[in-house]
Design a protein around this ligand. Structure first.
Ligand SMILES: [Ca+2]
Ligand SMILES: [Ca+2]
Length: 359
């Protein structure tokens, strides 16, 4: 099945006003296939290779770090199945944003282009066949901690589709960005991130570029800062401490997002490559891609498959977020892989861009 023909988490979320992120949605696939290809209507030109050539924009590299060409061992021998096998990858050098794209930066883009993120748009009835029109309300998926302890297998307990939630209103219509200008933008889906990249003359990193950059020159270390989890007894990243999802001990100082660069950078001068927000990569997600990926500049697979949700096409996200609890998935490790539907924004997902001169 082509990735574009699959469903998305957003389609389920809007239809059911609830979403399961990561597991379970596959069993809910009872909706009829949309009559027209979703991605064709919503992806920006160039995203899926059906675009006309565009004028080249020269990227501003002021807030970027140069990641030198080199080889590294990608994946993790001790991690989840999809992090294996550990394999050598060679990459050309590239520029990478030192920080996640901030609200302030995204605002500039929105002002300059008038771009509306997917979460700000009223869902198109053609994408939601069978869903009553009154249910088609613009919104996004927000983390809502339950009051007490809950079993960890049902993600819908802490994720809710909130009408009016989008990057300008991260917790819903009554919230705003005051004081969060330098926090990472959230509720931007892959399609939105691609639109920003194109405007800025940059692109999303491949998954291999992202992991290589995150490792900051350290070989096979468990964390982007080295082998010790809390050097000097301090958390070097914004994740979650306590019993997820109802008890946040705030040992790292932050309940939700933190301002970018609140923690020390890694060896390449990049901030928040562990935690704060998940970051979109260019690649489709395929759990066994490492078994056959190219040894040099792997571009990612041309198809997508997630065994947890076989009917949902997904792009890779990396780096973990303020919701990553160490005892659960430890998604903030540089080898850890995650995935999400390209049209689906979430309150813990953002992105950063890369740039290769002449490419
Ligand atoms: Ca935190
Ligand atoms: Ca991050």
């Amino acid at each position: 099945m082509n990735p574009q023909d699959k469903k998305s988490a957003r389609q389920f979320a809007v239809a059911l006003a609830v979403v399961l992120v990561g597991v379970g949605v596959g069993t809910w696939i009872t909706m009829k296939k949309a009559d027209k290809d979703y991605a064709t209507r919503h992806d920006p030109p160039g995203a899926l290779g059906h675009a006309a050539p565009e004028p080249i924009v020269v990227a501003d590299t002021n807030d970027m770090a140069w990641i030198p060409a080199g080889k590294f061992l990608m994946g993790s021998a001790e991690g989840q199945t999809d992090e294996k096998p550990l394999h050598e990858v060679e990459l050309d050098g590239f520029w990478m944003d030192k920080t996640e794209v901030t609200n302030e930066q995204f605002e500039k883009f929105a002002k300059a282009t008038g771009y509306l993120t997917i979460a700000e748009r009223k869902p198109d009835p053609r994408d939601f066949p069978g869903v009553p029109l009154e249910n088609l309300v613009a919104g996004s998926i927000v983390f809502m901690p339950p009051p007490g302890e809950v079993p960890l297998h049902d993600h819908s307990v802490w994720w809710q589709y909130v009408p009016g939630a989008n990057w300008r209103h991260p917790e819903g219509a009554n919230s705003d960005l005051k004081g969060r200008e330098k926090h990472p933008v959230v509720h931007v889906c892959w399609i939105d991130a691609m639109a920003y990249c194109k405007w800025s003359g940059k692109r999303l990193p491949t998954e291999a570029e992202w992991e290589y950059a995150a490792r900051g020159g350290l070989a096979k270390e468990k964390f982007v800062w080295g082998g010790e989890q809390t050097p000097g007894g301090k958390w070097p990243a914004n994740i979650w401490q306590g019993r997820f999802p109802n008890e946040n001990l705030l040992t790292d100082g932050f309940r939700l997002t933190s301002p970018v660069a609140a923690f020390k950078p890694n060896g390449y001068g990049l901030f928040d490559m562990a935690g704060n927000v998940w970051e979109w990569c260019a690649d489709w997600y395929l759990p066994d891609y490492y078994e056959r990926s190219a040894a040099k500049n792997p571009p990612g697979p041309d198809t997508s498959y997630d065994p947890n949700e076989p009917g949902v096409a997904k792009r890779v996200t990396r780096g973990g977020s303020y919701l990553c609890v160490d005892s659960y998935c430890a998604g903030y490790r540089p080898g850890a892989r995650m995935k999400s539907s390209p049209d689906t924004g979430l309150s813990h997902t953002g992105f950063r861009c890369v740039y290769s001169p002449g490419k």
